[in-house]
Write a protein that binds this ligand. Sequence first.
Ligand code: NAP
Length: 244
Amino acid sequence: MKIAVAGGTGVVGRHVVDTLRARGHEPVVLSRGRGVDLLSGSGLDAALTGAEIVVDVSNVTTTSRSVAVGFFDRAGRNLSEAARRAGVRHLVTLSIVGIDRVRLGYYTGKLRQEEIVRAGAVPWTILRATQFHEFAGQFLSGVPGPIALLPSGQGQPVAAREVADHLVGLALGGPGRMAPELAGPQLESLADMARRLMAAGGARKRPVLPVYFPGGMSSGGPLPTGPGPRGTQTFADWLKERHF
Ligand SMILES: NC(=O)c1ccc[n+]([C@@H]2O[C@H](COP(=O)([O-])OP(=O)(O)OC[C@H]3O[C@@H](n4cnc5c(N)ncnc54)[C@H](OP(=O)(O)O)[C@@H]3O)[C@@H](O)[C@H]2O)c1
């Protein structure tokens, strides 16, 4: 089956593509590097021709509310409308646990993306997952300076590969609207993950200073609220597999 993966070259997207291929499907990547721009819409209709399912794991890296809302609004509308024109029967979008509880500019963009999916004509599933194990590195790369200031508090991170497996299962299973939240196997602190990542050679070594972030990030907002599905790979096991 032809399945389009918006953001199929990203941290989770490449696992979605690999998983689809391993299950005998024909993934088509929608990304600027592959000639499809979700913001301008260029290349979108041609890439979606014959696609039955779209998995959206596209992203913009920003902490700016206006940039995040601008991206997820425009990209979300273009993708939703192009999917309808192509006769896609299922749109699956990856979102984040806690976006409705934690006040972050980026999360406002994710809320807009969810609204567009829910209002669109294509039957949909939204999966909210917790931060990936990869998130510590993604976060650190956006923090300049000699000291890394990171939000204090705990999360329940999950391996991006396991998120991808779960998304593919949902995609093939048919539209389910809001899927139960997916989280990792255990609680971790982002500051501790960052220190362990640095010690393993996966990020530039510098002191890590956990700071209280108002708005929920440091006070349990990123944690799942229900007993949904759980990944099995711990951050420690994920780290052992890396060859930095
Ligand atoms: N990171 C986390 O911890 C986490 C946790 C839960 C959920 N999520 C969600 O998972 C999704 C994927 O995150 P990620 O960290 O895997 O993303 P990522 O590594 O930043 O990858 C982003 C992808 O989007 C594509 N892209 C960006 N702008 C585009 C455009 N204008 N047109 C077409 N493609 C575009 C990129 O390809 P090109 O650059 O080639 O265009 C790339 O394939 C996001 O929606 C995020 O909110 C992330």
